[in-house]
Design a binder for this molecule. Structure first.
Ligand SMILES: [Zn+2]
Length: 289
């Protein structure tokens, strides 16, 4: 099994996967159920989505553990089972990916605001990501991915927690869902400056808003960042049409933008909310694979 760095060096660009939650919804996940519930209740369907992305051309799939930190699970039916959920999510992805493909351990925000705006303290945050990183590592991931972060304190504490327990390559990705800024007002330049000395394996953006906004984010990251650029945009802004949530960016449209990001220098690409295996297949084709 090549390492993340070795495979990135060998291939130049790595194709990651697309969305988890919105594809589970397409697979009839009941409304209000957290994706992590399927790790316990429907591991066959978690595995099926991994395999569909791998068949579409993904070099790298992310575990179904985005919301599996202890503080985030504490509010729902998986309270107290954080370690078990992340370890099992990693094992499911590892089994689907085999030895030829990479598995990234997904770690999303806690869902709490940092004090004094909310209850999240450094101690709780560091402990939560240490626990999740250890569980994902125990389950066999190749790298760890902090994704969709929006607050600098929470991201830096998460990095501190991960680094306390694991030497695996670590990626940090932020959601600029205000367009060119995160919910807490961070720009790409801000996150580059704050993480420059931390030795991240990649840095970038996922989720966010429109592809036009992502175009601008890519330019800003590439002007400044030394770390390989990680970009997984949404398939556009979701709209409610006839009672269902629709993402209007087609596979061809997403592929066109992502190919441009690669031409400009992005190194790890894929999709976020609304992006299906068909979107990943279109990106793979656009990259000439
Ligand atoms: Zn997303």
């Amino acid at each position: 099994m090549p390492s993340f760095a070795a495979l990135l060096a060998e291939r130049g660009v790595l194709l990651a996967d697309g969305a988890t939650g919105t594809n589970y919804q397409n697979m009839n996940m009941a409304p209000g159920v957290a994706p992590e519930q399927w790790v316990i209740d429907a591991p066959d369907r978690v595995s099926e989505l991994h395999r569909r992305f791998l068949d579409a051309g993904s070099d790298l799939v992310l575990t179904c553990s985005f919301g599996a930190t202890a503080p985030r699970l504490a509010r729902g039916p998986l309270a107290g089972r954080a370690r078990e959920v992340s370890r099992r999510a990693a094992e499911i992805a590892r089994e689907a990916a085999g030895d030829e493909h990479l598995v990234g351990g997904s770690m999303g925000p806690t869902g709490q605001l940092v004090e004094p705006l909310g209850p999240l303290t450094r101690e709780v945050c560091v402990d939560a990501y240490a626990e999740q990183a250890q569980a994902l590592a125990d389950g066999g991931v190749d790298l760890l991915v902090l994704e969709t972060f929006f607050a600098l304190d929470e991201a830096l504490w998460a990095i501190e927690g991960v680094r306390g327990v694991s030497d695996l390559p670590l990626v940090a990705s932020f959601s600029f869902d205000q367009g060119r800024r995160t919910m807490m007002g961070l720009t790409p330049t801000d996150v580059v400056a704050a993480t420059r000395t931390l030795g991240l394996a990649a840095l970038g953006a996922n989720c966010g808003r429109s592809l036009q906004d992502t175009d601008a984010l890519v330019t800003e990251f590439l002007a400044d960042s030394q770390a390989p650029l990680w970009i997984k945009p949404n398939a556009g802004v979701p709209k409610v049409i006839g009672g269902s949530v629709v993402y209007e960016v087609t596979p061809a449209m997403l592929a066109e933008h992502v190919r441009d990001y690669v031409i400009q220098g992005a190194r790890i690409v894929g999709g976020c909310c609304g992006s299906t295996p068909e979107h990943i297949a279109a990106i793979s084709l656009a990259l000439g694979r």
